[in-house]
Every structure is written in structure tokens, then in C-alpha cells.
Design a protein around this ligand. Structure first.
Ligand code: UD1
Length: 491
């Protein structure tokens, strides 16, 4: 019998009395926060704001949808028959956002790295192809991968691979740190918004890298990296990872303040320590790194994917199901579980597993703001909106991390959802029923939200855009099918 624990870390403690996640303020930042340099979102009705529920954007959104419809003709899709209870027991896969930086870190190791619980995702495949293109060898079987970077010989990261996966920018830190140079094309904007890399570059430059930006290309060189005091104005996950990867073998001590505190950062630091790095403070806003001459290989198990866990809990909750998630790192999904409780779900939390029983009908969540960890994760926001669509009452979701993370909402509206968007806030009034529809996923987590809604809907849905969903979920249809969903992949 596992010991039941109710205190699940700061995640829960970070919520205020009314359960609201406080808006994260970290000094001058990129978000239209005080002192930030990101332009405030346009006032609805004056200029296109990118959310297609707004009148002024509707026409543009429809055109874009027509284009996606045409492109999806004959493409694989999920066929989902809704209103089946998602119930049972599951074990989540390894975390996408953990395995990607860890694979980039393998470049720094002079002997083979054995990884377990590696999720079979298209993004994992892209990372392994990047490693191969750099002269490393890799083998991937079942959920185990072995990477040997002893043959590392190439410092140009191929453009086509960078374009396939925006987070390939985390190879910049490790490749340049190991070889003295690296080049890659700018990952550019993506479906979630502009996504600049200024904080990555600022941190790497502070460690002694010279980085030139020529057109769409980044060229990094150095003649020896040195420790530095770096303060991030916003706790960017990717920038924290890039700085860590460059600092672990730099000469001297680095103090990284304003670091991201996400569980995946903690996982990366644990991995690096197993490879010989000297790091303390991960999980707090200040990380201290003492450079070592080199890293060696190790064996490591990737942490569970907290966003897959959130998605499965959301799918069970919209169908009135009971779900037991084994080995799912409950401390990493504290804020989500607080919101789910507010929506009427009963949750029993154990050291490494969670048992959830959902009510016949969810209650609206009220206001939920996304925030860096330990706040409510932006990656779980789309699934929360799908839950709100079938809840009794109102759910207001304020997105504070990415400016373009509501692209799935027009699809939910097509299913009968009642949603209004005002700038970065979506107001969802729950309906008793959604109806099955033909739907198009335009980003990874938005795709997961469409699957969640389709499971709760009356009738059949077809969900296109599986290339997005496959980036972050290993055979989602198989996992959901094993829990009672009627979902098949049609090729
Ligand atoms: C990572 C996750 C992603 C998650 C996000 C926030 C991976 C592979 N992806 O993305 O799933 O949604 O964290 O938890 O781990 N920013 C800047 N300048 C920079 C870097 C970031 O302005 O140099 C801005 C971004 O535009 C964005 C915000 O900071 O608005 C958050 O970005 P960041 O934390 O860096 O997210 P990613 O690492 O891209």
C-alpha cells in the first residue's frame, strides 16, 4: 500500500486562496509585463489579433482553415466515437520536454549514454537524426536509446531538421561548447507565436560565445567558455537548458538567476550530474554550476511526461471516468490537480501515482492563468479548455506564456462549444453536449484538446493534423483505446 500524501509540492502552495494561479512577475520580461518588451495584445476589433473567434480575424481564419482542409485531404486522421468512459489504469511515457534536452546533452559525453523510458515521438526521431548528422551514433529499441558521441565530428546542424523541430535550438549550447563552434538556422516563429531566442543568445554570450546572426543563420564560436553571473529576465525553459549545456564544461563557476524551475530542468540537471557535471540549485530560481573538463556516459531513466498525464486525466474527466495513473510524478502536476478538484474531480495522490474519479458533470474552473512552473502549465491549457466546454458553469483561461495558443478554440466552437476570446483570455461557458465534427489540429497541445473534446462529444469526429499530435504523444490512440476509448488511426 502506497503512502498517501496530500502536500504535493509548491505547485499547490503557489495557488492563492481562490485557487487562482498568480500572474508570474519576474522583473522586466518579454511579455508585456511591467518593463517587458513584448507588445501588448491588440485591442479586439481594431486590428487582427490572431484569434479566429474575433470578428476581425474570422475571415482570415476561415481562409487558413480552407487551406488546411485542402492539405489534409487523404492525410491520416483519428476517427473517434465519443461518449465512451475513459477509465482504468495507465502508465505515462517518458517526458518529451525532458528527453529532448537530454539527447542534446549527450553531445557533451565522451562515452555512451543509455537512456530508458524514451518516448517514441517524431520529435525524439528528429533529435536522434540531428545526433547522427553530427557524427554521433544512436540506437533506439523499444523505449531504450543508446547514444555514443565519441565520433562527434560535425558542427553544422542541418536546416531541414531545425525546421522540423523548433527546440533543436538547444543543440546550440552543447555543440558549440564541445566543438568551439556551431551553426544552425534560426528556428523562427511557429504555431504558438514569435518565440524569439534572445535569452538563449544573451546567456551563451555571457559564457564567452561569440554569436553572429546572418540572415536566418546563427553562427557560434568561442576560444574557451568561462563561468559567468547570468540573470534571465524571464524563466525561459529553452534558454535555461541552453545555458546549462554550455556552462557545465565552461571554465569556472556560473550562477544562473531567474532560471526556469520546470521539472524537466530538474531532470536535465540530474542527468548532467550523473554524467559528472557539478550543479546545485535546480528547481529553484538560482542554479549554480561549476564547470568540469568533460562529461562521461551514464545510464538514466527519463522522467514521466506530466503533460501526457494531464491529457489522460482530462480525457477521463470529460467522460465521467475513473483513472489511475501509475508512476506519473504527481508533484509535477500539482496546479493541474488543484484545478481539477475545483472542477469536481476527486483525486487521491500517492508518492508516484494518482487516482482520479470524475463527477457525472464537471463544474466550471473559474479563472485559470497559465504561468511558469509551479503555476498552471501552458501546455495543459488547451486540454483544460476542452474540459471547460462540457462543464457546468464558466471557465476563464488566461494565457500568459504564448501569444497564439488558442488556435484549437474555433474547432471546439464548431463542435458546439460556447467560447468568447478577449485578447489573451478565453471565456468558456460549459454546454451539456458537444457534437462530433471534422477537426484540424494546428499544434501539438491544441490537437490533444480536440481529441479530449471528441471523446466527450456525441457522434463521430475525425481529427486531422496527426503530425502535430505525434510530436508529443506516443501512440495516443493506443493509450486511450486501452482505457476504453473508441479511437482508431486511419491512414
Ligand atoms: C518549452 C517547452 C514547451 C512549453 C514551454 C513553456 C520544450 C521542448 N518545450 O518551450 O512545451 O510550452 O517551455 O513551459 O521543452 N522567450 C523569449 N525569448 C527567449 C526565449 C523565450 O521571449 O529567448 C519567450 C517565448 O517567446 C515564450 C516564452 O518566453 O513566449 C516561454 O518560452 P520558453 O520558456 O523558452 O519555452 P520553450 O523552451 O520554447
Amino acid at each position: 500500500m502506497q503512502q498517501k500524501i496530500e502536500r504535493i509540492g509548491e505547485s499547490v502552495l503557489s495557488l492563492s486562496e481562490d485557487g487562482r494561479v498568480p500572474f508570474y512577475r519576474f522583473g522586466p520580461g518579454p511579455f508585456g509585463l511591467p518593463g517587458g518588451n513584448k507588445p501588448a495584445p491588440p485591442v479586439a476589433g481594431t486590428e487582427p489579433c490572431g484569434n479566429e473567434l474575433c470578428d476581425i480575424c474570422r475571415a482570415a481564419g476561415c481562409k487558413q482553415r480552407q487551406k488546411i482542409e485542402a492539405e489534409s485531404d487523404g492525410a491520416p486522421c483519428f476517427k473517434v466515437s465519443g461518449m465512451r468512459k475513459i477509465s482504468g489504469r495507465a502508465r505515462v511515457h517518458g517526458a518529451k520536454n525532458s528527453v529532448l534536452p537530454i539527447l542534446a546533452a549527450c553531445v557533451l559525453c565522451d562515452s555512451p549514454v543509455h537512456l530508458e523510458r524514451v518516448p517514441r515521438l517524431s520529435d525524439t526521431g528528429v533529435s536522434l537524426r540531428i545526433l547522427d548528422s553530427l557524427g554521433c551514433t544512436s540506437a533506439f529499441s523499444g523505449s531504450e536509446a543508446v547514444v555514443d558521441a565519441s565520433g562527434f565530428c560535425e558542427t553544422r546542424i542541418p536546416d531541414r531538421l531545425v525546421r522540423e523541430m523548433r527546440s533543436s535550438v538547444i543543440f546550440l549550447g552543447s555543440v558549440a561548447a564541445r566543438a568551439g563552434e556551431a551553426s544552425l538556422c534560426l528556428p523562427g516563429g511557429c504555431e504558438l507565436g514569435a518565440r524569439p531566442v534572445d535569452l538563449h543568445l544573451m546567456g551563451l554570450r555571457a559564457l564567452g560565445m561569440e554569436i553572429r546572426e546572418r540572415g536566418e543563420k546563427l553562427y557560434a564560436t568561442h576560444h574557451g567558455l568561462h563561468g559567468a553571473e547570468i540573470a534571465l529576465p524571464f524563466p525561459s525553459v529553452g534558454a535555461t537548458e541552453n545555458i546549462l549545456l554550455a556552462a557545465v564544461c565552461a571554465d569556472g563557476k556560473t550562477v544562473l538567476r531567474g532560471a526556469a524551475r520546470e521539472p524537466e530542468i530538474v531532470d536535465l540537471c540530474r542527468f548532467l550530474r550523473r554524467c559528472g557535471a557539478k550543479i546545485v540549485g535546480e528547481g529553484s530560481p538560482a542554479i549554480y554550476i561549476e564547470g568540469v573538463p568533460k562529461l562521461h556516459g551514464t545510464e538514466y531513466t527519463i522522467m514521466p511526461d506530466r503533460i501526457e498525464a494531464a491529457t489522460l486525466l482530462g480525457c477521463a474527466a470529460v467522460t465521467g471516468g475513473k483513472l489511475e495513473l501509475d508512476d506519473c510524478a504527481p508533484g509535477a502536476i500539482g496546479s493541474l490537480m488543484t484545478v481539477m478538484r475545483r472542477m469536481g474531480c476527486e483525486l487521491e495522490i500517492f508518492r508516484s501515482s494518482v487516482r482520479m474519479m470524475s463527477p457525472a458533470r464537471l463544474t466550471g474552473a473559474g479563472l485559470v492563468e497559465t504561468a511558469p512552473f509551479p503555476g498552471f502549465p501552458t501546455d495543459a491549457q488547451p486540454v483544460l479548455t476542452a474540459m471547460g466546454c462540457v462543464a457546468d458553469g464558466e471557465t476563464r483561461v488566461r494565457e500568459t506564456i504564448f501569444e497564439s495558443r488558442f488556435k484549437h478554440l474555433p474547432e471546439l466552437v464548431r463542435m458546439g462549444a460556447d467560447i468568447a476570446i478577449c485578447g489573451s483570455e478565453a471565456v468558456i461557458r460549459g454546454r451539456r453536449k458537444l457534437r462530433g465534427e471534422t477537426l484540424y489540429a494546428r499544434d501539438l497541445r491544441g490537437g490533444a484538446a480536440l481529441v479530449t473534446a471528441a471523446l466527450a462529444a456525441e457522434g463521430e469526429s475525425r481529427i486531422y493534423g496527426l503530425s502535430h499530435i505525434d510530436r508529443g504523444y506516443e501512440r495516443l490512440e493506443k493509450t486511450l483505446g486501452s482505457l476504453g476509448a473508441d479511437i482508431v488511426r486511419i491512414r
